[in-house]
Structures are given as C-alpha cells and as structure tokens.
Design a protein around this ligand. Sequence first.
Ligand SMILES: NC(=O)c1ccc[n+]([C@@H]2O[C@H](COP(=O)([O-])OP(=O)(O)OC[C@H]3O[C@@H](n4cnc5c(N)ncnc54)[C@H](OP(=O)(O)O)[C@@H]3O)[C@@H](O)[C@H]2O)c1
Length: 358
Amino acid sequence: MTAGRSAPALAVVGATGAVGSVLLRIVSQRADVWGAIRLIASPRSAGRRSAVRGEETEVLALTEDAFDGLGKGDVAVFLTPEHVSARWAPVVTARGSTVVDASPAFRTDPGVPLVVPEINPQAALLRPHGIVAGPDPVTLSMIVAVGALHSAYGLTDLQLSTYQAASGAGRAGTEALRRQLSLVTGAELGEQPGDVRRAVGADPGPFPAPLALNVVPWTGGPDQDGWSAEELRIRAETRKVLGLDTLPVSVTCVRVPVITGHSMTVRARFRDEISRAGAHEVLATAPGVVLVDDPAAGEFPTPADAAGTDPAWVGRVRRSLDDPRALEFFVCADNLRTGAALNTAQIAELLAAEQASG
Ligand SMILES: NC(=O)c1ccc[n+]([C@@H]2O[C@H](COP(=O)([O-])OP(=O)(O)OC[C@H]3O[C@@H](n4cnc5c(N)ncnc54)[C@H](OP(=O)(O)O)[C@@H]3O)[C@@H](O)[C@H]2O)c1
C-alpha cells in the first residue's frame, strides 16, 4: 500500500470473466473497503471498459506493468484459468501484495491456506507464500452446511452427487448452452438415437457431450482410475477446509442444462446419531445457509431460486432409513456468486481488515 493512502488497492485479474463480472458487482457495494481498483484481463479485453463502483474503468492487459504501484498491504484477486494464476500470482507476491486465487492452481498446496470465511477464517492469517485460495464451487456450496453439522455431530463420511450448471465452465460454458438450446428448440427430438447430438452438431463447446436436453456425467479433466480431476479436488478440498485429513469422501460430478446454480445431493454420516429435527436446528442458524424444507407444501430450494443470492440453500433433509447416524439432503447455490466471487471478496476483505488493524 503506497504511503498516504488509507485503504488498500485492489487488482481484479480476470475482471471480464463469468466470476469477474459478479465480483465487480460485489466490490461496487463495498465503497469503504478499497482504495484504487484496477481491472485486468487478457490482451483480448485490453481497452474495454467495465463498470465498478459506478465508474467506467478501462481494462488493462495482463503484463508486469499492470501491477505497477501495487505493494505491501495491497491485494490482487485472480479469477483466471489455472495456468494464468499459476504463472502470475508469484509476480504479485514478489511485490509484497497478497493474492486471493479462485482457480484450482494452489488449492491443495500445503503452503497455501484454503479459506471459507464462515468455516476457517483464521487460516487466512498464516500464508507463507502470500497466497490464499478459495475452494471449488461445489465444495463452497455444501461446506457451510456440512461444516455446521460437523461441529454439532462429528462428520465421519461424506458422499456427494452434483448437478452442475453450464456457467461452471465460465463464459464459454454459458455461451455453448445458450447456442445449443437455440439449436434444439422447436425440433422433434428425443425419439431417434443420436438426434440431440445431430441437432447440436459436432462442437459441444467446453462439454464432452451435448448439454441441451441432456445430462453429462463428467466435469473437468481426467485424473486417475476413472475419477475426474474435479471429483478428486472436491475430496481433497473438503478434507483441507474441515481439517479432517482422512475423511472418506466420494463425489460424482454431473453437468446439467442449467445456466447458473450448482446443486448436489449430500449423504453425510456422523459419529453421533442425528434426527431430522436436530439437523434442522443446526442448519436454521448456520451462517451462510438458508433452510427451506417443507416438501409436503412444495417448499424446497432449486437452483433457479439460488441464482443471484448469497447463501447456500438447503432442503429435503432426511435421516437415512437404514442408518440413524446418516443424513441425506439437497443443497444448491449460485456457483458464480456463492461458489466463487463472494468467497473471494470476503477473503480479500479479511485481508483489508487485517491491514487496517495493523
Ligand atoms: N465459473 C464458476 O462457477 C467458477 C466457480 C469457482 C471458481 N472458478 C474459477 O474461477 C476462474 C475463472 O472462471 P470463470 O468461470 O470466470 O472463467 P471465464 O468466464 O472463462 O473468465 C476467465 C477470465 O480470465 C481471463 N483470462 C483468460 N486467459 C487469460 C490470459 N491468458 N491472461 C489474462 N487473463 C486471462 C479472461 O479474460 P478475457 O475476457 O480477456 O478472455 C476472463 O477475464 C477459473 O479458474 C475457475 O476455475 C469458476
């Protein structure tokens, strides 16, 4: 932070992306936290203007010069592809500024805290490399509910199946689903083998199969033995955030034709017996959670309700029929906002507050 400035500067790298656009809206509502805000993206976006705090601000290309003037106490948030974060975060930390990264680049690095402010805010204080990471949107969506239940009942096992939105694959994902939906709308589809594939054409965008009128049981890159990299990441991140290094975690990631809002079914097993009423009591007061659970009255959350909102929405809470220690429930949250931009903004604000308190 340069002398004479009372508030730290903020650099938003990836300001033009799906998460970046949401983050600009969030920081625009926090007028008193940041000094100067600079917007950075790829050279493709250089010179474009984006609104932040009501001002049209020019987007800079990501170069060394884009960080000129940034120093100790200032913060750069990275909302960029993994390889971009991996390459450029060290450039920022070399200047003494702190990085908050939303990409997978540093999440499992033992020298980088993985932070969810509702669960482990103190972890952000110890950051030997000057980098703090935020988890995958699936981890972020369920961890506030699972973390609160863990505090009360002691988590011993976790199983998830996800229903992930197209925007989880960034702007390219949203654009691909919109294009595919326009190609399939009005066509007589679903009766002949392969007719959705034919309507969508040879290019399904960032997805491994057509997403319109379909469900795709795969997200992210391949890893090992049939698991996707995202499935293994969610497992490792959940263990890291909760501080449960050997917790059994099993995840199946599925992409569904929703624009915004990741959903998941959760089966969590605990050390102690759990009841539906007891789980309700914990979830009703858990920070970052909204409980909507009266299915007989048609009340349960859907991703369409969660889109554009801050909390993780929880419903369909049931004790497992065959195991009094296990709970089944449904969670959905805005993957761009709850699952990335809000967490990143909250961590950056923790760092700004730490700076202000000396
Ligand atoms: N989407 C989600 O639900 C979600 C949730 C949690 C975390 N994340 C993570 O957040 C990050 C951003 O995701 P997103 O969905 O916002 O992606 P996106 O829509 O594709 O946006 C990517 C951003 O990074 C910039 N960028 C791309 N290549 C660059 C380069 N070579 N140099 C400088 N800037 C570059 C883009 O700039 P241009 O506009 O100039 O191309 C854009 O601003 C990813 O690491 C993702 O894993 C995403």
